[in-house]
Every structure is written in C-alpha cells, then in structure tokens.
Write a protein that binds this ligand. Structure first.
Ligand code: BGP
Length: 467
C-alpha cells in the first residue's frame, strides 16, 4: 500500500487538435494538419471528440470522477487565424469560457501553447526551422499570457519537441513527411527549446502569478544484451532523443560530449546543426527560471547495434509486430521478449518511467516539481452494455503509479499525473481505433460512456492510496 501526497494532481490530458473538432468554426484559421488530412483523406479530424461543444459536460465528468487537473492546449490558429496579425475574438472567448469552466469544476488547467499544431501560414514558411516561427510563437504566447494569465497558473510552452521533430523529419508520418533527415530533426529540436526559453523569459518578465515549464517525451533506451555494440546503440539513442533535450532545458546548454555525439550521428547522415551563442545565453536564463518539468512516458526501447541504412516502418494500424525502426549512425530498436507490448508495438514497462525520473533527479540534480503529463495505453475497444471493461488500462496506470511513488520515496518530487487521455480522442497517425480514454466516445453519435477505469481512477483519487 502506498500513499500519494495530499495535493497530488490526478489529472487527464487532451490536446486541442485531437479533442476539439470544430476546425472551421468561429473564425479558426487552418493548421497544417487540416491541409494534410484534407489532401490525404487518411482520417477526418472533425469533430474529433467534439470537445469544442461538449467541454462543459466533459468537465462535469472530471469533477464527478475525481479528476482535479486537465491538460488542454490552445489552438494557435483559433487565436491568430493567420499565425500572426489579427486576433480572433471568438478564439479568446472560447478559451476564456473553457478555462472558467475548468476552475468552476475544481479542475486545474495545465495549458500548453504548442501541441503539434502550427498554423498553416507559418508551417509553409518553415515551421520550427525558421526564425519567423520563433518570433511569432513569442507573440502568440504573450497574447495568451495577457488574456488568460490571471487564471491559468500552469503553463507549458511546447509539447514533446523530440516526437514532433521525429514525426516531421525522421519517421515522416507527420507533415511535411520527410524521412531520415536527422539534421532537420535536430535543428528543429534545438529551435523549439530556444523558442521555449524565450517564452519562459517573457513569462517571468510579466510577473504573473503562475508557473511555466516544458514537456518532453522521455523513453529510455536499454541495450538488448550487454555487447559493446548494443551498449553504444542504446547510449546514442538515449543521448540523441533524451539527453539532448534534458540538457538544453535543465542546464540551458549541451555538454560537449553530448554535442559531439549528436554531431557524429549527423555526420553519418549528411546533416548539420547550427547552435548560436546568443541562443545558449537565452536558454541558460530560462533553465534557471523554469518552474517544473513535464514528462510524457509511454514506452521504453531496447537497442541493438545496426550498420545499415535508416529504415522505419510505422505501425499505425495496431497490427502487432509490424514496426521497424533502425537509424544509420545510432542503432535499431528490437523487441524484448520479456516485456509485453501493445498492438502498436509499444513496450509496457513502468520501470522505464522510474528510470527516467531518477536520471533527472540524480544525474541532473533536478529538484523542482515534475509532472507526468502523459501516460496511458492505446487499445482497440468496443462498447459492451454501455461501458468498457478496460482492466488493461487499470493495470497499466497502477504499474506506472507504483513507479512514480517509488521515485518519490527515493527523492523525486512528482506532483501530479495526467492520464492520456481524458476521453477517447483523435490519434495523429492512427485515427480513431487507438483508444486511450477514461471516457469512451462513440465517434458516430459523440455520446460519452464511462469506462471501468474511470470508476477505479475516482476511487484512487479519493482515497489517495494505491492498494
Ligand atoms: C504523444 C502526444 C499526444 C498523443 C500521444 C499518443 O506523443 O503528445 O498528442 O497523441 O502521444 O500517441 P498516439 O496518438 O500516436 O498513440
């Protein structure tokens, strides 16, 4: 039996594009996913979970089920339809109402400014690879702070720089669908952390009464067996995906050995990265000023040495065993026969979350609060008698909660957990059959149904005890 601190946040997460729908309503401008999905017809992101219209009901459910925190993100294109320029008053009105509704229900909003949804005009100018984007992001952030900063006390600058950069320039399943361009991926990652830093410094200069941080996806990499080649592959992946981001955020600069390793990977992939001294100065200032770190954790990876060309096959259908991920200059992800996986080949390994938290606490000496801002399991589910018996989700959450409580006992300061996701939502590259929610959505009727896990979560939140 383990106890949670009294003020622990039992939260659930959403993101604007994945939950709201209403992509053409009330003056919202386009984001790049709209253009891409209209063209490819892969999935229809509209009305997603219809959160734009049903947020009041969803927040009432949060209250009913003991959920005292919610991650929402602000759709940049709802506030600034062209990415820059004129403000859309209807966008401001929507988020004012949404934030007020959160507070009225006793649900603390953790608000993300960028969750994968760059406005179309800025995307076409180069997205995170162009300076104009970074300047525009700062302007957008200021508008949000000015309009919502009196009530929002927890801000997140950017969600998962690594996943976004990898999706756009390495895996290629996010627009602009570029494959194996590690140079662009690394540059975008660095630019995002620099943009984050500018926004942290801006926020702190505004003397608002709140806290600000960034969210990183952190998936540890372990050698599949302890051969020197496998150990090196794990170290390379871990450094490129995790350390590169953690050092830039927590220390405000890259260690020489980290930079050397990243440069080595880039050299083997005809890529390069530009990091300016003035950017590092801004990042160092922000590193002192950030209030918390958000960790998204879903899976761990086991690595094998690899000397071939880069090759990635994304399992977007839930057909178990179809993923391939091998990168020239780093290594290949392989499955660990002792660790269960989801239908999407994501290894279920709570120890990996504990491992990453402790690395941050012990290696980085990070003693500020940590929030687990996403964690959850994607499952194919069907409604049965008005509910879903999602025992697998309960087991998944319990395992990860145990890992968190163990980390806290060992000196970490994890202050909250946000299940991905509050309700079933649109999944960027998987559509609608990969369900994560505590609340089941019938996407035809948009009716909500309570899953078994929601009842379990309520009991946990109310008792503060993990039995
Ligand atoms: C994270 C994203 C979320 C969400 C989640 C699940 O990386 O921040 O937006 O999508 O992963 O991923 P997926 O929907 O691909 O299963």
């Amino acid at each position: 039996m383990m106890n949670f601190p009294k003020d622990f946040i039992f939260g659930a997460a959403t993101a604007a594009y994945q939950a709201e729908g209403a992509v053409k309503e009330d003056g919202r401008g386009p984001c790049y996913w709209d253009e891409y999905l209209e063209k490819t017809k892969n999935f229809d992101p509209n009305p997603a979970s219809d959160f734009y219209h049903q947020y009041k009901d969803d927040l009432a459910l949060c209250k009913e089920f003991g959920i005292n925190g919610i991650r929402i993100s602000i759709s940049w294109a709802r506030i600034l339809p062209n990415g820059t320029g004129e403000i859309n008053p209807k966008g401001i009105e929507f988020y004012n109402n949404l934030i007020n509704e959160c507070l009225a229900n006793g649900v603390e909003p953790f608000v993300t400014l960028h969750h994968f949804d760059t406005p179309l005009s800025l995307y076409h100018k180069g997205d995170w690879l162009c300076e104009e984007m970074i300047d525009a992001f700062e302007v957008f952030a200021k508008i949000c702070f000015e309009n919502f900063g009196d009530r929002v006390k927890k801000w997140v600058t950017i969600n998962e720089p690594w996943s976004l950069a990898a999706g756009q320039y390495l895996i290629g399943h996010f627009p602009p669908n570029i494959h194996y361009d590690l140079g662009k991926a690394a540059q975008a990652m660095h630019n995002m952390v620099y943009a984050h830093a500018r926004v942290v410094n801006l926020y702190k200069s505004m003397n608002l009464d709140g806290e600000i941080g960034i969210i990183h996806i952190l998936e540890p990499k372990f050698p599949i067996t302890d051969t020197p080649g496998n150990i090196k592959a794990a170290k390379y992946e871990h450094t490129f995906c995790n350390r590169f981001m953690l050092e830039s955020t927590i220390n405000g600069e890259y260690k020489p050995e980290t930079l050397a390793l990243v440069q080595d990977v880039l050299a083997q992939n005809d890529g390069e990265i530009v990091i300016r001294d003035e950017e590092i100065a801004v990042m160092k200032e922000a590193a002192q000023k950030i209030d918390f770190l958000g960790i998204n954790y879903y899976a761990s990876h086991w690595m094998e040495e690899y000397h071939g060309k880069s090759q990635i096959v994304h399992n977007g259908t839930g057909t178990k065993g179809t993923s391939i991920y091998a990168i020239a200059g780093t290594g290949k992800r392989v499955s660990n026969p002792n660790v269960p996986t989801t239908d999407w080949d994501w290894a279920i390994y709570p120890e990996g979350l504990h491992f990453m938290i402790m690395e941050i606490v012990n290696d980085f000496g990070f003693k500020k609060p940590i929030y687990i801002t996403e964690n959850g399991v994607g499952v194919k589910e069907v409604l049965d008698n008005g509910t879903v018996d999602d025992q697998a989700r309960i087991d998944y959450i319990r395992g990860h909660m145990e890992a968190i409580l163990k980390a806290n006992e060992e000196g970490a300061n994890v202050k909250g957990y946000f299940l991905w996701s509050l309700m079933d939502v649109f999944s960027w590259t998987n559509g609608y059959n990969k369900r994560y929610g505590l609340i089941y959505i019938d996407f035809e009727t948009q009716k909500r149904y309570i899953k078994k896990s929601a009842h379990w979560y309520k009991e946990l939140a109310e008792s503060l005890t993990l039995k």
